[in-house]
Write a protein that binds this ligand. Structure first.
Ligand SMILES: [Zn+2]
Length: 166
């Protein structure tokens, strides 16, 4: 690949790296197997996430099955993944827009009611989901949900992602 930012004719240097996926708006997602391209002339860095759509869906699915309460950042990730505006999502949750904004910015605590309502609203909109709200309740009672502070994903050679470890 040639650099899109300068007129260097050299190929960008490519490397497979472990990458903290801050571009998602989350600070607890580690990606194992991102392709990084670096321009040796101007220093421009590009990342190739492979199947980004599948990765985002997998992260959303993992968050829905997270044992602990969702964080504000995770709620924002799920809302935008599904494509809800903050106005619409606030209405669905029975909150005003300011309250939702405070929750997403970690300025208000996430209550268990909000945590569950977010999961229900998002789960109902996931395509090809392998997640069911009733199953979540059972899993919560059996304590077999995914517990994590940080989630790690690994890329396969075909470019699709899998959950490596919670
Ligand atoms: Zn360059």
């Amino acid at each position: 690949m040639q650099c899109p930012s300068c007129d260097s004719k050299k190929q960008m240097k490519s490397e497979v790296i472990v990458h903290k996926f801050k571009e998602s708006g989350l600070d607890n997602i580690i990606l194992n197997g991102v392709k990084q391209y670096r321009c040796l002339e101007c220093g421009e860095v590009l990342f190739d996430y492979g199947n980004l759509n599948q990765l985002n869906t997998l992260i959303a699915d993992t968050l829905l099955r997270k044992k602990e309460l969702l964080t504000g950042q995770e709620i924002r990730f799920l809302r935008t993944h599904i494509g809800y505006s903050s106005e619409m999502f606030a209405k669905i949750l029975g909150l005003d827009k300011t309250s939702l904004s405070r929750i997403e910015n970690n300025r208000s605590k996430v209550s268990n009611q909000v945590n569950m309502a977010v999961r229900l609203a998002v789960a109902g909109k996931m395509a090809d989901r392998n997640y069911d709200f009733h199953d979540l309740i059972i899993a919560l009672e059996n304590e077999d949900l995914i517990s994590f502070k940080q989630a790690q994903f690994k890329a396969s050679t075909k470019g699709s992602w899998q959950l490596l470890a919670g």
